[in-house]
Write a protein that binds this ligand. Structure first.
Ligand SMILES: NC(=O)C1=CN([C@@H]2O[C@H](COP(=O)(O)OP(=O)(O)OC[C@H]3O[C@@H](n4cnc5c(N)ncnc54)[C@H](OP(=O)(O)O)[C@@H]3O)[C@@H](O)[C@H]2O)C=CC1
Ligand SMILES: Cc1cn([C@H]2C[C@H](O)[C@@H](COP(=O)(O)OP(=O)(O)O[C@H]3O[C@@H](C)C(=O)[C@@H](O)[C@H]3O)O2)c(=O)[nH]c1=O
Length: 286
């Protein structure tokens, strides 16, 4: 039976992975308390204890705005730690599964970004995540990196829960309409990861995991409220009217063709994903 070491087990994606990957092998799930990615010894001790066949790194520094003020903290978790994990994975001859982001791009492309498009991040979080990808590739271990985007679910901190909370407080919300991307339910990321790992020869390298269709944050908010039956008004605004410490790419669309061609896996449309998430009764809002 394969041994799987999972980091970030309390995060949005990690929480789903802890359940979904359990069908694939013996899972050793670590939250920050048991495995702190800022402590190299903590990483090496966990790796030595578990001796995993597969490491799934779902831990990350994801506070996009806060990262602008504390780049060292973001780089420690998102860049240095994946490099150490990759070193350990190479020594064990294991496979490292890692998640990156649409924020490695500047958003200036007209269509969906492919894996061959040159990254050019415009904020600290994006730069730290790109450095993490590069650190893994440089170590030369077997790896599978999924770039994902706009993750939501009914747990943790995300745009869906923020919208549901704000709608209880205000009759009208102002939401940006000039940033487009594909909102993705955390469970679908976990399920696609499990399907990829269940293959005799799991894919390796870099893959974009995004549904082909895209929407603006304002359009996403409207669909959340439509499906939830909440009568709140969403007013379209440009990003310039919602100033934040970190710039966001205007185009976050990721082309999922490479993964579909490699193993026949693709995400459902973002609308289908959202409907599935909101209809799921197995999860409580946390
Ligand atoms: N959220 C999104 O929209 C997107 C996320 N991604 C990527 O997907 C992956 C999963 O993200 P997601 O689940 O949404 O993120 P979350 O923020 O929900 O979860 C990240 C987890 O990492 C943990 N963590 C943070 N710092 C450390 C540390 N020093 N040591 C150990 N664990 C730590 C956090 O713990 P704690 O709660 O204690 O801080 C948290 O449980 C990440 O690689 C992220 O960059 C990519 C695109 C979009
Ligand atoms: C709450 C709110 C946000 N917004 C805008 C701000 C921002 O431009 C956009 C998205 O807001 P958020 O700050 O929730 O999203 P953000 O933290 O930028 O989300 C990103 O997280 C990282 C981790 C990723 O990797 C990305 O894929 C992406 O999901 O919506 C409004 O226009 N109105 C509002 O009321």
């Amino acid at each position: 039976m394969k041994k799987i070491l999972l980091t970030g087990a309390q995060g949005q994606v990690g929480w789903e992975l802890a359940r979904t990957l359990a069908s694939l092998g013996e899972i050793h799930a670590f939250g920050r308390g048991e495995l702190d990615l800022t402590q190299p010894d903590s990483i090496r001790t966990a790796m030595a204890r578990v001796q995993p066949d597969i490491v799934v790194n779902a831990a990350a520094y994801t506070a996009v705005d806060k990262a602008e003020a504390e780049p060292e903290a973001a780089f420690a978790v998102n860049a240095t730690a994946p490099g150490i994990l990759a070193e350990e994975v190479r020594r064990l001859g294991a496979l490292l599964v890692h998640y990156s982001t649409d924020y490695v791009f500047d958003g200036s492309k007209a269509g969906a970004y492919t894996e061959d498009d040159p990254p050019c991040p415009i904020n600290v979080y994006g730069r730290s995540k790109l450095a993490g990808e590069e650190a893994i590739r440089q170590r030369g271990c077997r790896h599978l990196i999924f770039r994902i985007s706009w993750i939501y679910g009914l747990r943790g901190g995300n745009f869906l829960l923020t919208m549901l909370r704000l709608a209880r407080e205000r009759p009208e919300l102002r939401v940006v309409m000039d940033q487009v991307g594909a909102p993705t339910w955390s469970r679908l990321v976990a399920e696609i990861t499990a399907l990829a790992l269940a293959r005799e020869q799991p894919p390796e390298g870099l893959y974009h995991l995004g549904s082909e269709d895209a929407v603006s944050w304002a359009g996403f908010a409207r669909e959340i409220f439509r499906l939830s039956g909440i009568p709140v008004l969403v007013r379209d605004i440009p990003s310039s009217e919602y100033p934040l410490p970190a710039r966001r790419p205007l185009n976050s669309r990721l082309c999922g063709r490479r993964l579909r061609d490699a193993i026949g896996l693709a995400l459902p449309s973002w609308q289908q994903g959202l409907a599935l998430c909101l209809a799921d009764e197995s999860q409580d809002v946390v």
